[in-house]
Design a protein around this ligand. Structure first.
Ligand SMILES: [Zn+2]
Length: 239
């Protein structure tokens, strides 16, 4: 099944308290553009993220405010500012990385809250039922083209709020597969290894099939040699 790709650039979710610290008491975020999950928006406000080795400016703030402040950056951003955030699902912040946020009204040292977002699929209940996925299952998504690859371990998040099924990846993942927001990728249907394998093989072109055939043949030949050696040893032992 074809699904839409959404590329998440680095962004920040703020708690009410941290919003006040960074922008001033009683400050309200101003929506600039609503996102595919229509309750959320990119605000006009921007912040700077500082780490031990550098800083990144002009980082978008996503509204509305949330219970916990959460900073989502790419692995590359982490190298730029000198921190190593864990790959986590949104909201799972215990023991995540630290950084400083700089706003027009003040600075804020976050002891934790910086993550590299784990890739995920927002799935409609209808698609989940049709394709056989449960909430928090892992899916595989295949990307074709000169940077073709398979995204495995894509967490499925099913919610009645989802109006369509969409994979969310960060900018490092998007660049690796040469994807942009609005592109399409192929979601493998069923959370069953054998079926997934058959679907994968069906998607390979002749060159890829030849390479797979060669590697499988050499693996089988090597295994046969190993079995022969063990059989010889067994004969000696049994004697
Ligand atoms: Zn998402």
């Amino acid at each position: 099944m074809k699904i839409t790709v959404g590329v998440s650039a680095r962004h920040i979710h703020l708690s009410e308290g941290d919003l006040a610290t960074l922008f001033g008491q009683g400050y309200q975020l101003k929506p600039e553009r609503y996102l595919s999950i229509a309750t959320q928006y990119i605000s006009k406000e921007r912040l700077k993220i500082k780490g031990p080795k550098g800083e990144i400016g002009n980082v978008a703030v996503i509204g509305p405010p949330r219970p916990q402040t959460q900073v989502e950056i790419s692995r590359t951003d982490g190298f730029t500012i000198g921190i190593n955030p864990p790959i986590r699902l949104s909201g799972d912040l215990e023991g995540s990385a630290s950084a400083t946020l700089v706003g027009p009204a003040g600075e804020l040292l976050l002891k934790q809250g910086v993550i590299v977002a784990m890739r995920h699929i927002h799935m409609t209940e209808r698609d989940a039922q049709e394709l056989g996925f449960q909430h928090k299952d892992f899916a595989m998504v295949v990307v074709k083209g000169r940077r073709s690859l398979v995204f495995d371990y894509v967490v499925v998040r099913i919610s009645p709020d989802n109006t369509h099924t969409e994979i969310h990846i960060d900018t490092d993942e998007a660049n690796t597969a040469d994807l942009r927001t609005g592109d399409e990728a192929e979601l493998l249907h069923i959370n069953d290894k054998k079926v997934r394998l058959e679907q994968l093989i069906n998607m390979l072109d002749d060159r890829q099939l030849r390479i797979l055939e060669q590697s499988l043949s050499s693996i089988i030949a090597e295994e046969k040699r190993r079995v022969a050696v063990m059989e010889d040893i067994l004969k000696l032992v049994v004697k």
